[in-house]
Design a protein around this ligand. Structure first.
Ligand SMILES: CC(C)(COP(=O)(O)OP(=O)(O)OC[C@H]1O[C@@H](n2cnc3c(N)ncnc32)[C@H](O)[C@@H]1OP(=O)(O)O)[C@@H](O)C(=O)NCCC(=O)NCCS
Length: 272
């Protein structure tokens, strides 16, 4: 898949009712130019998959097949091709967030479920901004990414660095005695503002969540929450957000290091 296929990508994500924008598709292709693929059926481009390598761990996303072309093995072929590509990059673990349509295909390819996430949606309530939450200065980005690595055990500099660069005004943090206690970010989507990722301590999480909702006041929002983080689910509930859909985080290969309790919001199903 190249930049010339952005139109195909947008058509398929729009057809599935997903939230990605042209900027999301462009980011995938630019972050992994050799690892995004188009599937063809009888000479027509009908499917997509993107990958993103984070050293030994990789993410697969945007597994989409045109409704008229489904059931012909295009999705499975794209997945197998992506796995081969990632093996050639010496990846030991591959992760993704599966929809109920995708999960059976991934299980056949030896992905195993790790945990469930729910996409909460709603209209952000009008709220005052929390005094403890501030916008991060660009010189703090490296510290925020280091905080994320320590708290989640995940190496996400490639994706986080790019998101921070694209939306620097959206990175909000809680600090105590100069130490980062959490961060949250958000970006525009085709249907709603996607809030996340948010990595935080138990105290900072609710403040960051409230701050993000306050900054989206009155707008439709999506936020993907690991259900193991019961406190985050409570905050979403208490702000009137409701579950729109569920995803299963799955992995292939070596068991992934993970710490769902420190994750108050994922980056979205396509970014993990
Ligand atoms: C998930 C998705 C990519 C699968 O693509 P696909 O090309 O239909 O996948 P495949 O043909 O390889 O496999 C689909 C399975 O469903 C079966 N199937 C049969 N008829 C089908 C039909 N009309 N539509 C879809 N699947 C059908 C296939 O036989 C196959 O099972 P099998 O391997 O036991 O034969 C596609 O349904 C899609 O784009 N869904 C919406 C987006 C989505 O949820 N993506 C997954 C994100 S995690």
């Amino acid at each position: 898949m190249t930049i010339d296929d952005l139109g195909l990508g947008l058509k398929l994500s729009g057809q599935a009712g997903w939230n990605q924008t042209e900027g999301d598709w462009r980011r995938f292709i630019e972050l992994e130019p050799e690892g995004c693929f188009v599937g063809e059926l009888n000479g027509s481009s009908v499917g997509t998959t993107t990958t993103c390598v984070f050293r030994k761990v990789a993410w697969i996303a945007m597994v989409l097949v045109d409704v008229d072309a489904r059931g012909n093995g295009v999705g499975t072929t794209l997945l197998k091709h992506s796995i081969e590509y990632l093996k050639s990059r010496q990846v030991r673990t591959i992760r993704l967030d599966a929809t109920s349509l995708g999960r059976p295909i991934y299980e056949k390819l030896r992905f195993v479920p790790d945990y469930e996430l729910a996409r909460f949606e709603g209209r952000a309530p009008e709220a005052g901004e929390s005094v403890t939450v501030v916008t991060a200065a660009p010189e703090m980005f490296a510290d925020i990414i280091e905080f994320d690595r320590r708290m989640t055990g995940r190496e996400r500099v490639k994706m986080l660095g790019r998101l921070f660069e694209e939306f620097p005004e959206n990175i909000r943090i809680v600090r105590r005695a100069d130490k980062i206690e959490g961060f949250i970010t958000m970006r525009p989507g085709a249907n709603a503002v996607q809030i996340g990722p948010c990595t935080a301590t138990g105290e900072a999480g609710p403040a960051l969540f409230g701050d993000a909702l306050g900054r989206c006041a009155g707008k439709p929002v999506f936020v993907d929450i690991p259900l193991d983080n019961a406190e985050a689910v409570k905050v979403a509930d208490s702000n009137g957000l409701t579950v729109q859909r569920s995803f299963t985080r799955m992995s292939w290969g070596r068991k992934a290091v993970d710490n769902a309790e420190t994750s108050w919001a994922s980056s979205g199903a396509e970014k993990g």
